[in-house]
Ligand binder design. Structure first.
Ligand code: PEP
Length: 249
Protein backbone atom coordinates (compact mmCIF):
# COMPACT_ATOMS: atom_id res chain seq x y z
CA UNK A 1 0.00 0.00 0.00
CA UNK A 2 1.44 3.33 -1.07
CA UNK A 3 0.84 6.20 1.33
CA UNK A 4 -0.72 9.16 -0.54
CA UNK A 5 1.01 12.52 -0.71
CA UNK A 6 -0.73 15.82 -1.28
CA UNK A 7 1.81 18.51 -2.14
CA UNK A 8 1.22 22.19 -2.77
CA UNK A 9 3.37 24.33 -5.05
CA UNK A 10 3.06 28.00 -4.21
CA UNK A 11 5.19 29.07 -7.20
CA UNK A 12 6.11 32.80 -6.92
CA UNK A 13 3.39 33.71 -4.45
CA UNK A 14 3.25 34.74 -0.78
CA UNK A 15 5.17 37.10 1.46
CA UNK A 16 6.26 36.12 4.96
CA UNK A 17 3.09 37.58 6.45
CA UNK A 18 0.87 35.75 3.96
CA UNK A 19 2.74 32.54 4.76
CA UNK A 20 2.07 32.87 8.49
CA UNK A 21 -1.58 33.68 7.82
CA UNK A 22 -1.93 30.66 5.55
CA UNK A 23 -0.58 28.28 8.19
CA UNK A 24 -2.82 29.76 10.89
CA UNK A 25 -5.83 28.87 8.76
CA UNK A 26 -4.52 25.66 7.25
CA UNK A 27 -3.14 23.81 10.28
CA UNK A 28 -6.47 23.32 12.07
CA UNK A 29 -8.00 22.01 8.83
CA UNK A 30 -5.48 19.16 8.53
CA UNK A 31 -4.69 18.56 12.18
CA UNK A 32 -6.26 15.11 12.15
CA UNK A 33 -5.46 14.28 8.52
CA UNK A 34 -3.27 11.22 8.99
CA UNK A 35 -4.24 9.44 5.77
CA UNK A 36 -1.57 11.18 3.68
CA UNK A 37 1.73 13.06 3.75
CA UNK A 38 1.28 16.81 3.38
CA UNK A 39 3.95 18.93 1.73
CA UNK A 40 4.11 22.61 0.79
CA UNK A 41 6.71 23.92 -1.66
CA UNK A 42 7.22 27.56 -0.76
CA UNK A 43 9.43 30.26 -2.34
CA UNK A 44 13.01 30.41 -1.01
CA UNK A 45 12.35 33.71 0.77
CA UNK A 46 9.66 32.28 3.04
CA UNK A 47 11.06 28.79 3.68
CA UNK A 48 12.21 29.80 7.16
CA UNK A 49 8.78 31.23 7.96
CA UNK A 50 7.01 28.16 6.56
CA UNK A 51 9.19 25.72 8.51
CA UNK A 52 8.60 27.70 11.70
CA UNK A 53 4.87 27.97 11.10
CA UNK A 54 4.61 24.22 10.36
CA UNK A 55 6.58 23.18 13.45
CA UNK A 56 4.88 20.49 15.48
CA UNK A 57 2.39 19.78 12.68
CA UNK A 58 2.09 17.01 10.10
CA UNK A 59 3.11 19.38 7.28
CA UNK A 60 6.56 19.14 5.67
CA UNK A 61 8.17 21.98 3.74
CA UNK A 62 9.74 21.73 0.29
CA UNK A 63 11.80 24.03 -1.88
CA UNK A 64 10.77 24.56 -5.51
CA UNK A 65 14.26 24.10 -6.96
CA UNK A 66 17.91 23.79 -5.96
CA UNK A 67 21.39 23.93 -7.48
CA UNK A 68 23.55 20.81 -7.60
CA UNK A 69 26.83 22.19 -6.27
CA UNK A 70 27.51 22.17 -2.52
CA UNK A 71 28.88 25.72 -2.43
CA UNK A 72 30.91 28.13 -4.51
CA UNK A 73 30.79 31.13 -6.81
CA UNK A 74 27.24 30.58 -8.14
CA UNK A 75 25.56 33.92 -7.61
CA UNK A 76 21.85 33.62 -7.03
CA UNK A 77 21.80 29.86 -6.50
CA UNK A 78 20.77 27.81 -3.47
CA UNK A 79 22.58 24.61 -2.46
CA UNK A 80 21.01 21.36 -1.23
CA UNK A 81 22.58 21.79 2.21
CA UNK A 82 21.19 25.33 2.52
CA UNK A 83 17.71 23.87 2.10
CA UNK A 84 18.33 21.23 4.74
CA UNK A 85 19.79 23.93 6.97
CA UNK A 86 16.50 25.87 6.99
CA UNK A 87 14.46 22.73 7.64
CA UNK A 88 13.30 21.61 4.19
CA UNK A 89 12.65 17.89 3.78
CA UNK A 90 11.64 17.84 0.11
CA UNK A 91 12.40 19.74 -3.07
CA UNK A 92 10.67 19.95 -6.42
CA UNK A 93 12.97 19.17 -9.35
CA UNK A 94 12.27 19.77 -13.03
CA UNK A 95 8.95 21.56 -12.73
CA UNK A 96 7.66 22.30 -16.23
CA UNK A 97 7.87 26.05 -15.59
CA UNK A 98 11.59 25.63 -14.89
CA UNK A 99 11.95 23.49 -18.02
CA UNK A 100 10.01 25.89 -20.25
CA UNK A 101 10.96 29.31 -18.89
CA UNK A 102 14.42 28.73 -17.41
CA UNK A 103 16.02 26.18 -19.69
CA UNK A 104 16.01 23.23 -17.27
CA UNK A 105 17.25 20.13 -19.09
CA UNK A 106 16.96 16.44 -18.22
CA UNK A 107 20.71 16.49 -17.60
CA UNK A 108 20.35 19.27 -15.02
CA UNK A 109 17.40 17.47 -13.48
CA UNK A 110 19.60 14.39 -13.11
CA UNK A 111 22.33 16.36 -11.30
CA UNK A 112 19.77 18.04 -9.04
CA UNK A 113 18.19 14.71 -8.09
CA UNK A 114 21.57 13.28 -7.10
CA UNK A 115 22.48 16.44 -5.18
CA UNK A 116 19.19 16.39 -3.27
CA UNK A 117 19.56 12.71 -2.37
CA UNK A 118 23.12 13.29 -1.17
CA UNK A 119 21.80 15.42 1.70
CA UNK A 120 18.66 13.35 2.31
CA UNK A 121 16.25 15.79 0.69
CA UNK A 122 13.41 13.94 -1.03
CA UNK A 123 13.13 15.05 -4.67
CA UNK A 124 9.66 15.38 -6.17
CA UNK A 125 10.59 15.04 -9.83
CA UNK A 126 8.15 16.50 -12.36
CA UNK A 127 7.72 15.10 -15.86
CA UNK A 128 5.02 15.62 -18.47
CA UNK A 129 4.28 16.31 -22.11
CA UNK A 130 3.24 19.51 -23.86
CA UNK A 131 -0.02 19.82 -25.76
CA UNK A 132 1.63 19.54 -29.20
CA UNK A 133 3.41 16.40 -28.05
CA UNK A 134 0.18 14.80 -26.82
CA UNK A 135 -1.59 15.72 -30.05
CA UNK A 136 1.27 14.21 -32.06
CA UNK A 137 0.98 10.97 -30.05
CA UNK A 138 4.38 11.56 -28.52
CA UNK A 139 3.33 11.43 -24.86
CA UNK A 140 4.96 8.10 -24.02
CA UNK A 141 8.12 8.92 -25.93
CA UNK A 142 8.52 12.29 -24.16
CA UNK A 143 7.85 10.74 -20.74
CA UNK A 144 10.27 7.92 -21.45
CA UNK A 145 13.08 10.32 -22.41
CA UNK A 146 12.48 12.50 -19.36
CA UNK A 147 12.49 9.39 -17.18
CA UNK A 148 15.58 7.71 -18.65
CA UNK A 149 17.69 10.89 -18.83
CA UNK A 150 16.43 12.29 -15.54
CA UNK A 151 17.15 9.10 -13.61
CA UNK A 152 20.30 8.04 -15.46
CA UNK A 153 22.92 6.45 -13.23
CA UNK A 154 20.71 6.08 -10.16
CA UNK A 155 20.83 2.85 -8.19
CA UNK A 156 17.59 1.10 -7.30
CA UNK A 157 18.23 2.16 -3.71
CA UNK A 158 18.51 5.84 -4.72
CA UNK A 159 15.44 5.54 -6.93
CA UNK A 160 13.44 4.20 -3.99
CA UNK A 161 13.82 7.60 -2.29
CA UNK A 162 12.26 9.56 -5.15
CA UNK A 163 8.72 10.81 -5.66
CA UNK A 164 7.47 11.38 -9.19
CA UNK A 165 4.89 13.90 -10.35
CA UNK A 166 3.19 13.48 -13.71
CA UNK A 167 2.20 16.95 -14.81
CA UNK A 168 0.88 17.27 -18.36
CA UNK A 169 1.97 20.79 -19.29
CA UNK A 170 -1.36 21.50 -21.01
CA UNK A 171 -3.15 20.98 -17.68
CA UNK A 172 -1.00 23.26 -15.51
CA UNK A 173 -2.69 26.50 -14.54
CA UNK A 174 -5.14 26.14 -17.41
CA UNK A 175 -8.15 24.78 -15.56
CA UNK A 176 -7.98 21.88 -18.00
CA UNK A 177 -7.42 18.76 -15.85
CA UNK A 178 -6.46 15.44 -17.36
CA UNK A 179 -9.35 13.04 -16.93
CA UNK A 180 -8.71 10.44 -14.24
CA UNK A 181 -8.42 7.89 -17.06
CA UNK A 182 -5.72 9.86 -18.91
CA UNK A 183 -3.80 10.37 -15.67
CA UNK A 184 -4.21 6.72 -14.69
CA UNK A 185 -2.98 5.53 -18.07
CA UNK A 186 0.19 7.62 -18.00
CA UNK A 187 0.87 6.73 -14.36
CA UNK A 188 0.66 3.06 -15.24
CA UNK A 189 3.06 3.64 -18.12
CA UNK A 190 5.49 5.41 -15.76
CA UNK A 191 5.33 2.53 -13.29
CA UNK A 192 6.22 0.22 -16.15
CA UNK A 193 9.27 2.39 -16.95
CA UNK A 194 10.27 2.22 -13.30
CA UNK A 195 9.98 -1.56 -13.38
CA UNK A 196 12.06 -1.81 -16.57
CA UNK A 197 14.84 0.41 -15.16
CA UNK A 198 14.83 -0.36 -11.45
CA UNK A 199 12.78 -3.52 -10.98
CA UNK A 200 10.78 -4.48 -7.93
CA UNK A 201 9.98 -3.54 -5.25
CA UNK A 202 11.00 -0.03 -6.37
CA UNK A 203 8.41 0.25 -9.12
CA UNK A 204 5.59 -1.05 -6.95
CA UNK A 205 6.50 1.32 -4.09
CA UNK A 206 7.05 4.40 -6.28
CA UNK A 207 4.61 7.16 -5.45
CA UNK A 208 3.39 8.99 -8.55
CA UNK A 209 1.52 12.25 -8.01
CA UNK A 210 -0.73 13.84 -10.60
CA UNK A 211 -0.47 17.58 -11.17
CA UNK A 212 -2.44 19.94 -13.39
CA UNK A 213 -5.45 21.98 -12.25
CA UNK A 214 -6.24 19.73 -9.30
CA UNK A 215 -9.15 21.25 -7.35
CA UNK A 216 -11.38 20.18 -4.45
CA UNK A 217 -14.00 18.98 -6.97
CA UNK A 218 -11.74 16.71 -9.05
CA UNK A 219 -9.35 15.23 -6.47
CA UNK A 220 -11.56 12.28 -5.56
CA UNK A 221 -11.86 11.03 -9.14
CA UNK A 222 -8.11 11.29 -9.65
CA UNK A 223 -7.30 9.52 -6.37
CA UNK A 224 -9.63 6.68 -7.30
CA UNK A 225 -7.20 5.65 -10.04
CA UNK A 226 -5.06 2.66 -9.05
CA UNK A 227 -1.75 4.25 -10.05
CA UNK A 228 -2.43 7.80 -8.79
CA UNK A 229 -0.79 8.16 -5.37
CA UNK A 230 -1.40 11.80 -4.67
CA UNK A 231 -1.41 15.26 -6.18
CA UNK A 232 0.86 18.21 -6.82
CA UNK A 233 -1.36 21.27 -6.54
CA UNK A 234 -0.48 24.74 -7.80
CA UNK A 235 -3.19 27.40 -7.80
CA UNK A 236 -5.52 25.63 -5.38
CA UNK A 237 -2.77 25.29 -2.75
CA UNK A 238 -2.60 29.06 -2.20
CA UNK A 239 -5.88 29.13 -0.33
CA UNK A 240 -6.09 27.29 3.01
CA UNK A 241 -9.70 26.20 2.52
CA UNK A 242 -9.27 24.80 -0.97
CA UNK A 243 -5.97 23.09 -0.17
CA UNK A 244 -7.50 21.76 3.05
CA UNK A 245 -10.38 20.22 1.07
CA UNK A 246 -7.93 18.61 -1.34
CA UNK A 247 -5.86 17.15 1.50
CA UNK A 248 -9.03 15.81 3.09
CA UNK A 249 -10.27 14.25 -0.15
C1 PEP B 1 1.86 23.03 -10.48
O1 PEP B 1 2.27 24.15 -10.22
O2 PEP B 1 2.62 22.06 -10.36
C2 PEP B 1 0.46 22.86 -10.91
C3 PEP B 1 0.03 21.64 -11.16
O3 PEP B 1 -0.32 23.98 -11.01
P1 PEP B 1 -1.94 24.06 -11.12
O4 PEP B 1 -2.49 23.15 -10.04
O5 PEP B 1 -2.26 25.50 -10.85
O6 PEP B 1 -2.33 23.61 -12.48
Amino acid sequence: VRRPIIAGNWKMYKTARETVEFFEQFKPLVKISHHCDIVIAAPFTVLVDAVKAAEGSNIAIAAQDLFWEAEGAYTGEISPLMLVDVGCRYTLVGHSERRQLFGETNQNVNKKIKAALSVNLTPIVCIGEMLEEREANQTQKVIQTQFLEGFAGLTAQAFSRIILAYEPVWAIGTGRTATPEIAGEVHEYIRGLADASFGQPGARNLRILYGGSVKPDNIKGLMAQAHVDGALVGGASLNADSFGSIVNF
